[in-house]
Design a protein around this ligand. Structure first.
Ligand code: ATP
Length: 200
């Protein structure tokens, strides 16, 4: 597919839920979180570069990346964090674009939690924001994960504000209602995106 929709939204907003409805309609998903893991699989260029830089101390005994060790090293040292971002961000972008190109559906949904924050909106043809109030973000996330309200508030505070995301998105899907209502909204957007993709 050459037409790409960037799907985003804050923590607990319903990105995965919305993406899965598009998938049920036959649309291929490209997920930034999954790609971020793929680019550091054993034998990947990404992992080989990390081992060349940090040494084999960065590997678990089974050959996989020791993520908690890596997190520790970059938390302590800004220059190491910058080095890692410079390595991984282009790799993640290229891999996501490659997966979009290979997708067989009429358009593709790229799911990117920090789409606007990381400037990845420049890679896509159109952006779709899943929007709910911060109160509902807190409630749904605490119901889903073993986290406190304060931890969710901190994450919300580290992400772009609701107003900023609303002002940047081409399309907004309100996910404060029932799942059945959500499905209708996704169906309507699907029809729009089929038209846009086929006329682009
Ligand atoms: P994150 O970025 O934190 O991974 P997300 O944006 O992918 O989150 P989801 O996991 O899709 O969000 O949704 C968050 C939680 O809210 C899930 O437990 C999901 O089942 C629930 N949820 C999503 N939409 C609705 C809805 N309309 N009504 C009730 N619950 C919902």
């Amino acid at each position: 597919a050459s037409y790409i929709i960037g799907l985003t939204g804050g923590i607990g907003s319903g990105k995965t839920t919305v993406a899965n409805i598009f998938a049920d309609l036959g649309i291929t998903l490209v997920d930034a979180d999954i790609v971020a893991r793929e680019v550091v699989q054993p034998n990947s260029n990404g992992l080989n570069s990390i081992v060349a830089h940090f040494g084999s101390q960065i590997l678990l005994t089974d050959g996989n990346l020791n993520r908690s060790k890596l997190r520790e090293l970059i938390f302590e040292d800004d220059s190491e964090r910058l080095w890692l971002n410079k390595l991984l961000h282009p790799l993640i972008r290229e891999t996501m674009l490659q997966q979009c190109k290979e997708a067989q559906s009429d358009y593709v949904i790229m799911v990117v939690p920090l789409l606007f924050e990381n400037g990845l909106d420049s890679l896509v043809d159109r952006t779709l924001l899943v929007d709910i109030s911060p109160e509902l973000q807190q409630q749904r996330t605490v119901d889903r994960d073993a986290v406190t309200v304060q931890q969710v508030k901190n994450i919300i505070g580290s992400q772009a504000s609701r107003a900023e995301k609303l002002s940047k998105a081409d399309d907004v899907i309100d996910n404060q209602g029932e799942i059945s209502a959500l499905k209708c909204k996704v169906q309507a957007l699907h029809n729009l995106y089929l038209n846009l993709a086929n006329n682009s």
